[in-house]
Design a protein around this ligand. Structure first.
Ligand SMILES: [Zn+2]
Length: 195
């Protein structure tokens, strides 16, 4: 048994405005009573500290049952981060230039070594090296940064800002729409996974 999480990743936040945008959304979550104002040790990621569910957390989810896990907080992550869905692997990657889907796993859901070749080390280049992590598309031959590729089931997302909800029921589309609005209409993806 693992710990489920969902992460809303802002694809448009920049190094410059991620911090401020994160604070803006957090302020809104606190004002709505969706999360508690104080930070407590209630999350698994980062430094373990986050915001526990507030009295009106059901504004964000369909399921009115109280979240019972101790690890049930919300954690805001800023700075270059490769967000992923935890267990398992990405099934496919899609080139931002030609939209070709590159299968990354076989029928047994085992990674295809050769398919991963163009992506090797690119996440690291982007996240740690401050570079673009340029990927040469095996289909169209074009070059584009790893952050621009999309992944089956949104398994990965490269972003400067992410909100991780630990142990919450499925976040509603209305809630994620409100988050997007608070972010000034930025594009977001929702990652769901477990540790
Ligand atoms: Zn391509």
């Amino acid at each position: 048994m693992g710990d489920y999480f969902q992460t809303i990743v802002d694809l448009d936040a920049t190094e410059r405005d991620a911090q401020e945008l994160g604070a803006r959304v957090l302020e809104w979550l606190i004002a709505e009573g969706i999360v508690a104002a104080e930070r407590t040790d209630c999350v698994l990621g980062g430094d373990g500290y986050g915001h526990a569910p507030g009295p009106h957390f059901t504004k964000a989810v369909d399921d009115p049952d109280p979240v019972e896990l101790w690890s049930n907080g919300v954690h805001v992550e800023t700075g270059r981060t490769v967000f992923d869905s935890g267990q398992g692997d990405a099934g496919a990657a899609v080139c931002p230039l030609c939209r070709t889907e590159i299968r990354l796993v076989d029928e047994m859901w085992q990674p295809i070594e050769s398919a991963w070749e163009p992506f090797k080390g690119r996440f690291h280049d982007w996240a740690e090296g401050g570079g673009e992590g340029i990927v040469h598309c095996p289909s169209c031959g074009g070059s584009s940064g790893i952050a621009r590729w999309s992944w089956e089931d949104d398994y990965y997302a490269c972003g400067q800002l992410g909100f991780t909800f630990w142990g919450w029921a499925e976040l509603t589309s209305g809630f994620t729409r409100e988050v997007r609005r608070t972010l000034g209409g930025h594009r977001t993806v929702l990652l769901a996974g477990k540790l």
